[in-house]
Design a protein around this ligand. Sequence first.
Ligand code: SF4
Ligand code: SF4
Length: 311
Amino acid sequence: MFWSDKIEQETKGNVFNVEHYHINDGEGIRTNVFLKGCNLWCSWCCNPESQICTPQLVIHNNLCNGCGYCCVSLCPQDAITQEEDGSIVIDKQKCTLCGKCVEMCPNSARELYGKEMSVAEVIKEIEKDSAYYKNSGGGMTISGGEPCMQPVFASELAQAARRRYIDVAMETAGAVPFETLWQVAQYVDEILMDVKFTNDEQFQTISNVPLSVIKENLRKLRENGKYVKMRCPIIPTLNDSDEHIGKLIEWAKELDIKDVDLLPFHQLGKYKYDSLDYEYTLGAFKDMDKKIVEQMKDRMVAAGINACVGG
Ligand code: SF4
Ligand code: SF4
């Protein structure tokens, strides 16, 4: 066995999804590997199941008909009970996240967010799409959550893909020390960096990392020759101002970043908050008006930036 095979088998991480055929998260057709764990917890996140580092069992109440048949009777830990009113309750202390109730539920009402996978297991999954990568110039995109919350796993995954000549992209918010970011980024071909705010006071509402860290990380990535695309969620009343767009243009020019995606806020991930029993604080927000975001894009294009809406 080669040393690299041993590392690929022994290095494990927490993965909550491997999704095939993405077209907006890097060049060509991508396979996205979503890692669990995030240090920001943005209120508009459309993948809230990514935020906690460990696996989570959830119940989709809209799908559960309260039959109680499979889950209550088959849980090896007796962790599931049915109340008199028919509702199903899980004792999280007893649950070992074995996943049996997920497999057995006839209505797909249960889901396990996250499981431990080795680098070798993930690579086996992404290699299924090798023909698409060759034809489209695509590859693997490591996403999350924040991939840099599992820097050893993300780094080994990127190296394993590269050993197979598979292009690697990474989505990151960059709110980590540069050494941690670089541990992964040095093996990545395309970095898709979230820039959520350009105002430190606003950034402090989602992070206790100073905004200057984000900008410095962008600068260092560029100084090290990395391709970076800025991806900027646009959320009504939070960051849809002319001033923010002006700052994004300034940052892009200063750091010689050619490509920017503007991502209009939507509520498509809201149902996941209900399943996770998390409060969704942006329920009163409307989806971002795409016409306004188009105007923002036009302003960026006029400034010489290759901006897109969506992506
Ligand atoms: S989770 Fe599935 S098996 Fe359990 S009560 Fe609901 S529908 Fe029935
Ligand atoms: S994941 Fe396993 S232990 Fe947990 S409730 Fe389901 S069957 Fe029981």
